[in-house]
Design a protein around this ligand. Structure first.
Ligand code: MF3
Ligand code: CO
Length: 253
């Protein structure tokens, strides 16, 4: 079942999504060559504390033998998603993807940004731009009356026409009372399939795109997803509310 949120529930989601957006703004301001990924995670923790939100990724999934240990997923260069913050020092030109989930008052918000640290290569800027553009192509397709795979198809088409490939093993998702709700939202596929998009749905739309092959593997830490060929990957994500008149992004200030 796809959960349809009431107007009251959307107001609660607006608040938690705004906190996620504030954390991203704070991180963007502080991001610099020489900082560790742990220092980025500490900014997320501080902003969440200041706003009374919980770091949803920390300890997720509940009861697992190997839960995610931090508030922020930080994935650098060839890392696609779910990188674990730590003593890694960011170097000039690193492409860093920062994925943050908060919950407050029983509702979740989820957003990812990718940045180049320091100067960087045109290739890094271009793949980030392509990830963002493919997200917006997906949002444009997220109209009431369309189907979920219309989002998927728009993302794939946008990324592939710029020469990038789309990761298949991970996907966007409904979000709200849980971090992950129905429906799953693949970043590839034929249009016109899957559930109909309805007002009141809240969706995390999140293309993960690769410079080379779409193939990935998971490191021995059980979390970090990396490209199989070692080439760059970028990720961009927002929590999106489907209103009567169209989609509205909740995790941008
Ligand atoms: N934001 C991610 C998602 O959409 C991250 C969750 S993985 C976690 O699924 F373990 F870190 F929570
Ligand atoms: Co997500």
């Amino acid at each position: 079942m796809i959960d349809i949120k009431t107007d009251r529930e959307i107001e609660i989601m607006r608040e938690v999504c705004k906190i996620v957006a504030i954390a991203h703004e704070e991180i963007k301001k502080s991001l610099k060559v020489g900082m560790t990924t742990r220092e980025i995670d500490e900014i997320t923790e501080r902003v969440f504390k200041e706003h009374g939100a919980n770091p949803s990724c920390k300890g997720y999934p509940h009861g697992s033998k190997n839960p995610f240990p931090a508030a922020t997923c930080i994935s650098v260069n060839n890392e696609v998603i779910h990188g674990i913050p730590g003593e890694r020092v960011l170097r000039d030109g690193d492409l860093v993807s920062i994925d943050i989930v908060a919950d407050k008052n029983g509702f979740y918000g989820d957003a990812t940004r990718s940045y180049v640290v320091g100067k960087g290569t045109p290739e890094a800027y271009e793949i980030i731009e392509a990830a963002e553009k493919s997200f917006w192509a997906g949002v444009k397709a997220a109209q009431p009356g369309n189907r979920i795979s219309d989002i998927s198809h728009a993302i794939q088409d946008s990324a592939e026409k710029r020469g990038y490939s789309v990761v298949r093993e991970f996907q966007g998702h409904g979000i709200g009372k849980e971090m992950h709700e129905e429906p799953g939202i693949p970043n590839f596929g034929k249009p016109g399939k899957g559930p109909r998009i309805m007002p009141g749905m809240t969706l995390a739309i999140e293309p993960m795109i690769n410079e080379g092959s779409p193939d990935i593997e998971i490191l021995d830490d059980g979390w970090t997803v990396v490209t199989y060929d070692g080439k760059l990957s970028a990720h961009y994500e927002n929590t999106v509310f489907i209103g009567r008149n169209g989609p509205e992004v909740l995790t941008i200030l």
